[in-house]
Design a protein around this ligand. Structure first.
Ligand SMILES: CC(C)(COP(=O)(O)OP(=O)(O)OC[C@H]1O[C@@H](n2cnc3c(N)ncnc32)[C@H](O)[C@@H]1OP(=O)(O)O)[C@@H](O)C(=O)NCCC(=O)NCCS
Length: 183
């Protein structure tokens, strides 16, 4: 998916008992907990080192946490992949919420904070990768202004299937031009 511009992002709104901040020393284990629980990975540790810290795009100020009552429960990262997408394009990375804290807007909040950070970092548009079955995540991204990005013939039918499983029946029509775009 992509958001063709990072202009016009919604404002970050206050949630009672909830705060947001970027990564601090010692936060890697909190990230591991959130991500391993959210993605259902059996191994509870080592993921931050493997997926984030050794990536050339890593900087603590690109990794965001949402805290509920002081406990980190959600994360999203304001990444970039300049070799693949160019220096102007941000990459929304590892959006995850601990299972006991979902459906309270925290995944949306973490994503939005990361998008604002990308804009502040000088990116002008943003892409992300997701999976067909991630309906809650896709709902967040659509709500935040992302559109389908068709880069393979198979994507058109897959998007129609995805939209068919979401509650809003008008999505196929809304994104008809995106689905008809040349690959
Ligand atoms: C996806 C995830 C980040 C969502 O976190 P969250 O805190 O529940 O997200 P929010 O509460 O901000 O928003 C979830 C939205 O999905 C909607 N939703 C939830 N389940 C849904 C479903 N099965 N089908 C469609 N929409 C669904 C909610 O209604 C909500 O939309 P709304 O605000 O318009 O009502 C979280 O479930 C998660 O970590 N999942 C596993 C990891 C993952 O898939 N990460 C994304 C990788 S691309």
């Amino acid at each position: 998916m992509w958001r063709k511009t990072l202009a016009g992002l919604p404002e970050v709104t206050e949630h009672p008992g909830v705060s947001c901040r970027s990564m601090r020393d010692g936060d890697a284990s909190a990230w591991d907990t959130i991500v391993s629980e959210a993605f259902g990975w059996p191994e509870p540790s080592g993921h931050f080192e493997a997926h984030m810290r050794h990536d050339p795009s890593f900087a603590p100020e690109r990794v965001y946490f949402v805290l509920r009552d002081g406990l980190p429960v959600a994360t999203a990262s304001a990444w970039c992949k300049p070799d693949k997408f160019g220096v102007d394009v941000g990459y929304l990375h590892f959006v995850a919420v601990r299972p006991g804290h979902t459906n309270r807007g925290l995944g949306t909040l973490a994503s939005l904070v990361a998008l604002h950070a990308m804009a502040a970092d000088g990116r002008t548009s943003v892409v992300l990768l997701t999976d067909d079955h991630r309906q809650a995540a896709i709902s967040i991204y659509l709500k935040l202004g992302f559109s389908p990005l068709v880069t393979h013939e198979s994507h058109r039918d897959r998007w129609r299937d995805v939209f068919g499983k979401l509650p809003d029946p008008s999505l196929v029509q809304k994104f008809a031009d995106d689905l008809d775009a040349d690959v």
